[in-house]
Design a protein around this ligand. Structure first.
Ligand code: AMP
Length: 128
């Protein structure tokens, strides 16, 4: 099911459960602000998710509601993870699905980091 609008934060969502240690993840890096781990269904040789340590349902919610320190800390970890994974030389893509049109599945804000091959078109072909 996709996420639309601004649903209330559901603490039972899968990423909240990963943050609480209730289900495992393949951790890449973690600090006070965020956790990075490998996607369970990778779409590229490198496919990592980064999630903030707070209750924000989406990109819209995070950027409107999170304290500046949390936003800065989150994005610094995104950059540090890409560097740590050796993606800076050849490049990488950062993506966040927000809401129904984007097909957001997990209602805890997250970004995907893709790399390790030519990633092709930014958006699949379709009517503009
Ligand atoms: P999105 O469509 O942007 O909400 O992406 C959700 C992502 O979470 C998908 O790429 C899933 O493969 C990934 N995912 C779902 N459950 C897990 C899990 N337990 N561990 C790692 N990645 C997961």
């Amino acid at each position: 099911m996709s996420v639309s609008g601004k649903p209330p934060y559901d603490p039972a969502n899968i990423f909240a459960r990963i943050l609480r240690g209730e289900i495992p993840c393949k951790r890449v890096r973690e600090d006070d602000h965020a956790l990075a781990f490998h996607d369970i269904n990778p779409q590229a040789p490198v496919h990592v998710l980064v999630i903030p340590k707070g209750s924000w349902v989406s990109a819209a919610d995070f950027h409107a509601s999170a304290p500046a320190e949390a936003i800065a800390g989150f994005w610094r970890l995104v950059g540090a993870v890409a560097a740590e994974l050796g993606l800076e030389e050849r490049g990488y893509r950062i993506l966040s699905n927000m809401g129904e049109d984007a097909g957001q599945e997990v209602a805890h804000f997250h970004v995907h980091i893709f790399g390790g091959r030519r990633l092709g078109r930014m958006v699949p072909p379709g009517a503009a």
